[in-house]
Design a protein around this ligand. Sequence first.
Ligand code: 6PG
Length: 467
Amino acid sequence: MKKEHVGIIGMSVMGRNLCLNLERNGYLVSIFNRSYKKSKKILVENPNKNILCFKNINEFISSIQKPRKIFLMIKSGNVTDKVINSILKYLDKEDIIIDLGNSYYKDTIRREKYLYNLGIKFIGAGISGGEMGALLGPSIMPGCKKSVYNIMKSIFINISAKYNDFPCVDYIGPNGSGHYLKMIHNGIEYGDMQIISESYYILKNLLKMSNVEISEIFNLWNKGELNSYLIEITRDIFLKKDDKGNYLIDFISDVAKNKGTGKWICKNALEIESPLSLITESVFFRYISSMKNERHFASKILIGSKNNFVCNNKDIFIEDLRRSLYFSKIISYAQGFYQLYIISKINKWNLNYINIAKIFRSGCIIRAKFLNKIIDAYKNNFKLKNLLLDKYFSEISCKYQNSLRNIVSTSILNGIPIPAFSSAISYYDSYRSNMLSSNLIQAQRDFFGSHKYERIDIKGSFHTNWK
Ligand code: 6PG
């Protein structure tokens, strides 16, 4: 049978790996990159493969089988618009452009509308899994018209990661929803990384554990409820030595960078009024980490706690920490999935949370055993608003909350920054409260601005002359 012939624009590591993935799965792949040298190198490094490379964009487009399927694997932002505009004149109606970059979902919505009016089909597909994911199979989150997804479905399935043969790709929803989901994925990724880092810091600074001991703890944790890709790589990170034989982790700067997707999810949480405190703290923590000079200066002036921590029972403390990590992870996912619930309602996306959790189980950065619990939760109640209300998650929350309280209070007493852990317990305590302190906020608003308040005993809106 003749091989289906597709195209990719963008030959960075991700583009190259996706090209090899497509080729391995039986496709003939035309590649194009702004600098021809990069494309040529891929060809030279991968001889006898079904890859064609082009210097000229027109020839590249002409080589692809119609209706064309062209993947964009380029830096998201203005470049995406530029590349789309540069190829438009060579395209025919019914051709499909698939943007696999980390594009902002509102840009994706705009691009789909624009291209639709020109007769060109467009898919905004989030992909996760980094370089290895692109090569061996990523988790893919396509957002577009269902009919367009159906045209691409078999390719997506072939190149995606598999979880026990189950392909980690599914139709997410209309225009923009795929990239929105990728943004949520990345926020959850930030949250996971933050709570893991806070755990590490507690093991290091309160229990004074060595890198090898910390690695052993993560190794143990990876065998249980916390089993996940991020825990697994964390375990390995602590054992890595540099050329001089030193543990590398101790020589890595504590300035954490970011590419902006974390900022997007937090901005959107504020926009649609969805409480996303844990992930937002994780993003802020990266910003605080970047204030290296200021922190250095402040460290000479501001003192911390003088408490000298004494651990009475190391095993109990470590188990408290493990439970804190798992419980905080639940809170983070509860907040992330709640945001999906809100946006799905606003945009009428009709998101399927079971399928979403399913496609996260392999290929992507947040892949974890725990996702099966999320699947069960939504299977038990498809209309579940907040994961914490599911039987399994509520039982874990009730059982593990005291561990988190212990870890948070001990850390605070000892001056260890744990913004994500403490936001987790605060969210839990706020969410489970029938009555919050905000009656006072309402009274204050009415006092200074006649903003009115509601009463708990009588219906209506009231204003009081407070003086
Ligand atoms: C993935 C990742 C990836 C992301 C990096 C870096 O799913 O493969 O989410 O898409 O770009 O993790 O993100 P930051 O630079 O913002 O940490």
